[in-house]
Design a protein. Structure first.
Length: 188
């Protein structure tokens, strides 16, 4: 009789444990499904915007991506371009900024960067030289790099300039890096 009672008690305990695990499983799955749904939704949004941006989905005046300066990451959204003198030569200047530049200030900003240097906006300043050289300055840190053209997918078509710049910061031991895409109208 004791064996039968012990066996029945064991079956009840096993059934209780199984029932508890079955009850927890759906709520865990619901939580996982919610997290999975959120992950799928968050993955869906970039997946729909990424291919468009890669295929030229950025409109003139738009930038996407960011740069890192001394551990701070700055998102860039705006793109401007124009011709100006840098290093004694006329260059194509490209400005990628976190804030919009007022329309009446764009020409002066391309010429002498008063908003960037005054730390009213933050961003990257590129100078593309005629000899296939490139210079970039981080604002407000003033860190600079120069060398041969490193922009990918770089094109100037009429009054539109576009390109991609990916640089993980190997020259600065990772203190300064950038990953940006841009499409800008060249102001005259």
């Amino acid at each position: 009789m004791n064996r039968l009672l012990a066996f029945a008690l064991s079956l009840i305990i096993i059934a209780s444990i199984s029932a508890c695990s079955f009850k927890k499983s759906p709520s865990t799955n619901t939580t996982n499904q919610s997290a999975s749904s959120e992950n799928k939704n968050s993955q869906t949004k970039p997946a729909t915007t990424q291919p468009a941006a890669q295929a030229g989905g950025l409109q003139p005046g738009q930038a996407s991506g960011s740069y890192t300066a001394k551990g701070e990451t700055i998102e860039l959204k705006y793109a401007y371009a124009g011709r100006a003198t840098r290093f004694g030569d006329e260059t194509l200047v490209i400005l990628l900024t976190d804030q919009p530049i007022p329309a009446d200030a764009v020409a002066e900003e391309i010429k002498s960067t008063p908003l960037l240097e005054g730390e009213k906006i933050r961003g990257l300043e590129y100078a593309i030289m005629a000899d296939n050289g490139m210079w970039v300055r981080f604002h407000p840190s003033q860190y600079q790099e120069s060398g041969s053209m490193k922009l990918k997918d770089y094109k100037v078509e009429g009054d539109i300039v576009r390109g991609t710049d990916d640089n993980e910061g190997s020259l600065s031991d990772g203190k300064y890096g950038r990953s940006v895409k841009f499409v800008a109208t060249i102001v005259k």
